[in-house]
Design a protein around this ligand. Structure first.
Ligand code: GTQ
Ligand code: FE2
Length: 351
């Protein structure tokens, strides 16, 4: 297949361009926009309102069944800058998933890693490699790369939550694998705490001796509970006496990010306060758990409320301003950029 045919006035050069085209080659001196002074980011700032996500999720719940074949009732956030690709920013999938009462989203696994963050509701549990993880408001639940997972809603009420996956990164690396899981009836006698929490969620600085082998590439703890997160945010505000607390979810034993491709953070901004402006390389998706106010992203200002999902593309300055105390959860691909030596950050006046 021939590549773009460049043209030149010089007949000999023009012949060369013809030969290059036929040979599947391109002259760098004719190519524009490859080595840009700063990232040429295709994703744009964007906000998907929580109200709309809940309404359309519920409508899909009425119209679309969940079973083998249509495994997941998921609405993917599509960034308007990405030409229709179902990605919230170029490196992250973000979506809402809606599960009616008494429905089961069947077992499968894939190499893209996923996480769930719950804005509202409880009662669903996710089995991760057979370990049942209850999902409640404010909890972060991990389904790391290649772990089997299935979602059960044993209650009478529907539930909706946010999913974030590293799918665009794994797809760019041509490393997507998927397989269906065993569809035998799962044990629904759910314990209050998953095995992962009983082993690794004991509390600050308490790691088991002789526990199950540590998974090499991700946190052994699969559920981060809101009560713990809330306590940590409150304590940090008390410790600093400031109006802005920021916390990273970590592997409780080794201290790294929860998964190799995604960093999870939550921040609390006190009523009336505004954070400094920051910009980082790498994409980020954020969602509001509590409160309201404004999220400034690039040249956009969004009035945000719980359930809104906001895309913060790479190298785009952003800040938070709270009218009523805001808790903002966000996921970024920072671990990937850091591992490759590509992470950059500017803060305050520089950003
Ligand atoms: O819950 O297993 O948003 O496999 C996208 C792909 C959720 C899931 C998504 C998935 C899932
Ligand atoms: Fe999945």
């Amino acid at each position: 297949m021939a590549t773009t045919r460049f043209e030149a006035k010089d007949p000999e050069l023009d012949v060369l361009y013809q030969q290059l085209s036929e040979g599947g080659l391109q002259p760098l001196w004719e190519l524009k926009g490859l080595l840009t002074p700063e990232p040429a980011v295709r994703g744009v700032p964007h906000r998907w309102p929580g109200k709309e996500l809940r309404e359309l999720g519920a409508r899909a719940g009425d119209l679309v069944p969940v079973d083998r074949g249509g495994d997941r009732r998921v609405l993917a956030c599509c960034n308007p800058g990405l030409g229709g690709a179902p990605y919230a920013v170029s490196t992250l999938w973000a979506a809402v998933q809606f599960l009616n009462g008494h429905e089961v989203a069947p077992a499968h696994r894939h190499t893209p890693a996923a996480l769930r963050f719950i804005i509202e509701g409880s009662g669903v549990f996710t089995l991760v490699d057979g370990d049942p993880l209850h999902m409640g408001t404010g909890d972060l639940i991990l389904t790391p790369s290649w772990t089997f997972h299935e979602h059960h809603n044993p209650t009478d009420q529907p539930m909706i939550w946010m999913d974030v996956l590293d799918l665009p990164v794994v797809a760019a690396l041509d490393a997507v694998f998927f397989e269906e899981g065993p569809s035998e009836a799962a044990d629904t006698s759910v314990a209050d705490r998953s095995a992962s929490e009983r082993w690794y969620g004991a509390g600050p600085g308490l790691a088991p001796v002789g526990g199950p082998p540590l998974p090499p590439h991700r946190s052994p703890l699969l559920a981060y509970r809101w009560a713990d997160t809330d306590r940590a945010l409150t304590a940090q505000l008390q410790a600093t006496g400031t109006a802005h607390a920021r916390i990273r979810y970590t592997d409780p034993v080794r201290g790294g990010d929860v998964m190799p491709t995604m960093r999870c953070e939550i921040e609390r901004v006190r009523t009336g306060a505004r954070t400094g402006t920051a910009r980082q390389t790498g994409g980020r998706v954020a969602t509001v758990l509590h409160g309201n106010g404004r999220l400034r992203v690039g040249d956009q200002t969004y009035d945000v409320e719980p359930g809104d999902i906001v895309a913060i593309p790479s190298w785009t300055p952003w800040s938070i301003e709270a009218d009523r105390e805001i808790d903002l959860f966000s996921t970024s691909d920072a671990p990937v950029l850091e591992a490759l030596g590509l992470y950059r950050e500017l803060l305050g006046a520089d950003a």
